[in-house]
Design a protein around this ligand. Structure first.
Ligand code: C5P
Length: 235
């Protein structure tokens, strides 16, 4: 069974500061999206990558892919995205041809995920899990807060979940195709990852070890870290 990867890359990246859509910004001279596409294509199991581009930028993204060296054995498709990540993933899934039974969903904003992590996710799906997420233990303690009682007032802490039971989840998340399609057809509330939609269907979602280098490039400091990781890899 073949594996396809859907890469939602239609976000503006507002938290990164002003400029081009996040996925199109360069890391050490190469757009973040190209790094992310290469990270998926690095797995021998992945034979199709569907890039979900900013709605007005599909042509630009297509030429960007054409202008960079990508593995010959992988096919690439570009489709325009939507207003939310969830919508963008759905539009990517709509473009998935028959024959792909394992689907990865990978944020363009995680350009440096190592191939071993990608393969571990694919293997766990192939071994029968309907949904698989790479995840890491938390370094920080996490607090749940309530809204402040007045504007500018401090937020009161409500609870401190046991850190040992929490995981920070990354992408690529891996799915049995039929499960992911059903999740996107059924779940209508807003979610921040795809696996939570499968959880809402009442199906089993499992965790495999994530990787530090699969961090999400969200804020300006993350760009500094990403470029340092790339520089170290070239040594
Ligand atoms: O905003 P956030 O960092 O959670 O975005 C995660 C991924 O979802 C990014 O790769 C971003 O480009 C993508 N996205 C999208 N369509 C949107 C919003 C975000 O494809 N409307």
């Amino acid at each position: 069974a073949s594996t396809a990867a859907v890469i939602p890359a239609a976000g503006r990246g507002v938290r990164l500061g002003p400029g081009a859509p996040k996925a199109l910004r360069a890391l050490n001279g190469t757009p973040m999206l190209i790094h992310a596409v290469r990270a998926m294509a690095a797995s021998n199991a992945v034979s199709l990558v569907i890039v979900v581009a900013p709605p007005e930028g599909a042509t630009e993204v297509k030429s960007m892919l054409d202008a960079h060296a990508l593995p010959e054995r992988t096919d690439f498709v570009v489709v325009p995205g939507g207003a939310t990540r969830q919508e963008s993933v759905k539009l990517g899934l709509d473009a998935l041809p028959p024959g792909y039974e394992t689907v990865l969903v990978h944020d363009a904003a995680r350009p440096l995920v190592p191939v071993d992590t990608v393969d571990a996710v694919i293997d766990a799906v192939r071994e029968g899990a309907p949904a698989v997420v790479p995840a890491l233990p938390l370094a920080d303690t996490v607090k749940e807060v309530a809204p402040a009682t007045a504007p500018g007032a401090p937020e009161p802490v409500v609870a401190t979940p046991d850190r040992a039971r929490l995981r920070a989840v990354q992408t690529p998340q891996g799915f049995d195709r039929a499960t992911l399609v059903r999740a996107h057809e059924t779940v209508t509330n807003d979610v921040t990852d795809d696996a939570s939609m499968v959880e809402q269907l009442g199906l089993r979602v499992v965790v495999v070890p994530g990787h530090e280098e699969a961090f999400k490039v969200t804020r300006p400091l993350d760009l500094v870290l990403a470029e340092a990781v790339l520089a170290r890899r070239r040594l």
